[in-house]
Write a protein that binds this ligand. Structure first.
Ligand code: 13P
Length: 258
């Protein structure tokens, strides 16, 4: 069964906890029940903000889901600087991003690490947002499909159909992140369809229909509606434009068709 679209704000390393509180409060004033009925919304602040944002969302009963940007795959241990899935689950985190291209490129995350994280996030009762995407050189060499489909297959190794149906996959062409360049709507749709096709091959049509596929890379208030109108785009993973509650609320409100 198709689920509601999911619009996620990945704040990356921005906003201290005071700024985070102000941002979610402002966002909560801008979004309405009609928005929450039409779409799911998540915000992914840095670790240091999670407890503060959780408190605001829960005390004001704001139906925005709390998300994290990263985690380790082990539950506990000697892993200085890391945070475990059960620790995030205790803060009522719902979604955890796994394998963002910045983690893969800057911090050496491999497909195998992403797969371990996906399984650990599910085991802790949360939903992974598994990121996949190609570099510009891969696009130019014509290997985009191969790259992205191998990331999807590797990330889903040993993940059962029931969990795969809950998964969110974010297709983020790396050359479009933070650059102001967006994949053309046709390319974004084609790659999200490709990702869904890989999920269909790995599982079946019902899992492929249920999995939510987000597009990410320079999503803005002005391009969201066109992207979201595509058959295989079920949401957006938004970086820069999610830092400003005015912009992010306009992105979430794409469904109003204004
Ligand atoms: P931008 O929206 O800033 O391009 O970032 C996309 C992204 O990486 C979201 O995870």
């Amino acid at each position: 069964m198709a689920r509601k679209p999911l619009l996620s704000g990945n704040w990356k390393m921005h906003h201290n906890h005071f700024e985070a509180i102000q941002t979610v409060q402002k966002l909560s004033y801008l979004l309405t029940d009609a928005d929450y009925q039409a779409v799911d919304v998540s915000v992914h602040p840095p670790f240091t903000d999670l407890r503060s944002v959780q408190t605001v969302l829960e005390s004001d009963e704001v139906p925005v889901a709390l998300g994290a940007q990263h985690c380790h795959w082990e539950s506990k241990g000697a892993f200085t600087g890391e945070v475990s899935p059960p620790m995030l689950a205790k803060l009522n985190v719902s979604y955890v991003i796994a394998g963002h291209s910045e983690r893969r490129d800057l911090f050496g995350e491999t497909d195998d690490m992403v797969n371990r994280k996906v399984k650990a996030i599910f085991a802790a009762g949360m939903t992974p947002i598994m990121c996949v995407g190609e570099h510009l050189e891969e696009r130019e060499a014509g290997t985009t499909e191969e790259r992205v489909s191998s990331q999807v297959r590797a990330g889903l190794a040993e993940v059962g159909a029931e969990q795969a149906a809950e998964l969110v996959i974010a297709y983020e062409p790396i050359w479009a992140i933070g650059t102001g360049k967006t994949a053309t709507t046709e390319d974004a749709q084609a790659m999200c369809a490709e990702v869904r096709g890989v999920v269909r091959d790995l599982y079946d049509s019902s899992v492929a229909t249920a999995v939510r596929i987000q597009y990410g890379g320079s999503v803005k208030p002005t391009n969201t509606a066109e992207l979201m109108a595509q058959a295989d785009i079920d949401g957006a993973l938004v970086g820069g434009a999610s830092l400003d509650p005015d912009d992010f609320s306009r992105i979430v409100q794409y469904h109003r068709g204004e």
